[in-house]
Design a protein around this ligand. Sequence first.
Ligand code: SF4
Length: 381
Amino acid sequence: MDTSGSQQLFDDWDDISDSEFLNIPSEQQSLGKIYHLSSDSAGQHSSPCASTSLVHNRNEETLEQVRGLKRKSLHENSFSPMQRFFKRHLSVTLLCDQSWCEVKTVYSLLKPFVKRKDMQHAEVQIGKQIHLSREREIQEVVPVDTWTREDAEAIRLLNMLHMTSLLEAGERVREFPVFGVTEGVFIKGVVDELMYNQKGELVLNELKTRKQNSLPSSAQDKVNCLQVGLYKLLFDGLVRGEVKKDHVLTHLKLRSGQVLGAGVQAHAKSIGVLVTTFEELVDALLITVSCSDLPCIDLLQIEYYHQGSNGPIGTRVAPFDEAQLRAELQGYLAYWRGQREPRGVDIEEAWKCKSCLYEQTCDWKKNRLKVSDQQAAHASS
Ligand code: SF4
């Protein structure tokens, strides 16, 4: 499949996070991420998926340079973190990273090369391959040339449109994008799998591959429950019609009147969607999803899978308490809005630092050690 630099620039939707075996919930950028468009039935045969190719990456270098100027320290108060890191929206994976250790998330933005290197670990790559092969079981890639940001996003929306009709027909879909404004911030992510169970409930299934043939720690499980809970908030908002066209255009900074590329228009037509501009496509998607027969998600589950044996470890049903989830989210967003400083892990969770990429240089950890040394000295005097 063809991918391009521009996808790296535009695309931070990817929520495949397989780094649980490293105890580093990750915000993997979707280098080489494909866009799906399944159209065959019952998942018995692979079916066409759309992917993009040939888009521009001229802005990436400039953006990196500007970011470099801003990467000075953890605490820089003149801008909120949203402004400082040039974020118009957040991803579910980033929020999950933050719930593991907020300071670590900030370091990963200040020093992205460290994280990129870590993403080359064999375990991460194996996890990505397992996700990819699952996806290919029911979806086949169809390359589509894209030339603008609107084209790239259009492919994603077309895939959503197509998967919506598959889901309505009772089929299973994988890699379903979700987005929306939640607690005042545009958040986006990609759901691993949606399907109906025998009771007729709509089930969200999140695949987590692991190096160890065992269920994860409760700390990791908490992160995974947050992830699927956020997906549900976003998906439910879409089917309830709470996502508005302006949310998409404004928060993703996309041009409403941009005429879609010839390849994208042709692809849209091939699946029965007649649109010329990006705005028309956003309208078509939001109306289709909100007027569809799709219910809100009934059940959230996390499927743990062992990399070595290629076998299941176990499945966990995740609880969902909307009020509690929104309160937790507000706490994370307070950092991004610049309402408070980032927080590292407390002494009770100091074990997280042992597997942290930034352990040697982490100011939070150094300060924590200093404080506990002072307390010990005070107690013994
Ligand atoms: S060393 Fe510990 S406190 Fe510092 S970033 Fe890593 S996990 Fe967070």
